[in-house]
Design a protein around this ligand. Structure first.
Ligand SMILES: *[C@@H]1O[C@H](CO)[C@@H](O)[C@H](O)[C@H]1NC(C)=O
Ligand SMILES: *[C@@H]1O[C@H](CO)[C@@H](O)[C@H](O)[C@H]1NC(C)=O
Ligand SMILES: *[C@@H]1O[C@H](CO)[C@@H](O)[C@H](O)[C@H]1NC(C)=O
Length: 351
């Protein structure tokens, strides 16, 4: 079903900024060391890697990008910047984080970080391969290539230092959960599938650790039951509680596993809870200066995402909307998320 596959394009999430709890001196030390961000996951953090793939999971056409620098589509599933771009800017690292597969990538870009993420991907390899996008195994292989390039550019010891201090951001899981929750034909016991996904996440973080990663930011999944497209299909005028409960339960497992990794690998970790702030914004949009949280800004806002959003008219003011298309947040919502989670990043990663 076309709509179901559109749903698999999924989400976005991430990070939140707020300098609240870090003292100026700890902030300075952390920032002096951290000069790059490396990103893995799905459409919530893909700046355009899919442009280069034979997949229908693309967003490199108008109206996507209308509020990005230059008002140009880039492949980001958003009207403007992703949360990871906003974070990079707030930390003074870069104005945005480019796609690893962008052929215009410069040495300077490579120094401040890249994203290996791919819209429609997930912790389950088959989620990605079904959509002909980059599975995590491929994203890690590209990290290996990136490391080799860096070694040629700046030498092995500087490369090691850069990777040790880089912020590794991992944001995925929604496409996996929706795939299984929506497909009637699949009878996967959800607790087992959730555990499988979490184990798989842990394996990829261990791979990144082996390649030099020491600071990991894990982004939880959003309240998927509140996505406009899910609301449309459920026929209800509110968020679908069952899917939100599933997301919430999955997030608890992510948090537990992250704690295990932190101990066993001796690394710094931060968990970004996007579920809570997005649930709150869905319920009380006015609290965040928004007026619409039930439908997207593109087209009717009820179904359009990716290809079906191509060339559609948009709402007047995306910055009053929580969702840009029927699945992905607006830049405004990403800013709200970043404002909510940044203090946690300083506290847990940049001290
Ligand atoms: C790459 O650079 C060229 C020349 O500046 C530009 O026309 C093109 O749009 C850029 N491509 C991307 C993917 O940014
Ligand atoms: C789904 O799997 C469970 C556990 O294996 C089983 O008890 C149940 O009958 C299955 N449901 C369907 C519709 O096949
Ligand atoms: C983040 O948002 C949640 C939900 O609204 C709120 O309870 C929490 O205090 C916020 N945290 C920060 C640091 O803004």
């Amino acid at each position: 079903m076309k709509a179901a596959s559109a749903m698999l394009l999924v989400l976005t999430f991430s990070i939140a900024l707020q300098l609240g709890q870090a003292s100026p001196s700890s902030l300075k030390v952390g920032m002096k060391e951290t000069r790059s961000i490396l990103i893995f996951g799905d459409s919530t953090v893909d700046p355009g890697n899919n442009n280069k793939l034979r997949t229908s999971a693309k967003a490199n056409f108008a109206p996507y990008g209308m509020n990005f620098y230059g008002g140009q589509p880039t492949g980001r599933f958003c009207d403007g910047r992703l949360a990871t771009d906003i974070l990079a800017d707030k930390l003074g690292i870069a104005k945005s984080i480019p796609a690893f597969l962008d052929k215009n990538l410069t040495l300077e870009d490579a120094r401040t970080g890249v994203s290996f993420a791919s819209a429609s991907s997930g912790y389950d390899e088959s989620t990605a391969t079904n959509s002909k996008v980059l599975p995590f195994s491929k994203q890690i292989e590209y990290l290996r290539h990136y490391k080799l390039h860096l070694q040629k550019m700046v030498g092995p010891s500087e490369t090691e230092k850069m990777l040790n201090t880089a912020i590794f951001i991992v944001s995925a899981g929604s496409n996996d959960l929706m795939k299984v929750a929506i497909k009637d034909s699949t009878n996967v016991s959800m607790p087992d599938y959730e555990s499988y996904l979490v184990t798989s996440m842990a394996k990829y973080i261990k791979d990144m650790h082996r390649l030099g990663g020491r600071r990991f930011v894990l982004v939880g999944v959003p309240p998927v039951g509140c996505l406009p497209i899910i609301r449309t299909f459920s026929g209800a005028d509110k968020c679908v509680d069952g899917l939100n409960e599933l997301a919430d339960s999955f997030n608890s497992k992510l948090v537990t596993q992250l704690g295990v990794l932190k101990k066993s690998l001796g690394v710094k970790t931060a968990y970004l809870d996007v579920f809570t702030v997005m649930s709150e914004a869905a319920k009380y949009p006015e609290k965040y200066g928004l007026i619409e949280s039930s439908k997207g800004c593109c087209g009717t806002g009820m179904l359009e995402v990716g290809e079906s959003c191509r060339g559609q008219s948009t709402c007047k003011n995306p910055s009053k909307y929580m969702f840009w298309d029927a699945v992905h947040p607006t830049e405004k919502m990403y800013q709200i998320i970043i404002n909510n989670v940044t203090s946690g990043i300083y506290r847990d990663i940049l001290y």
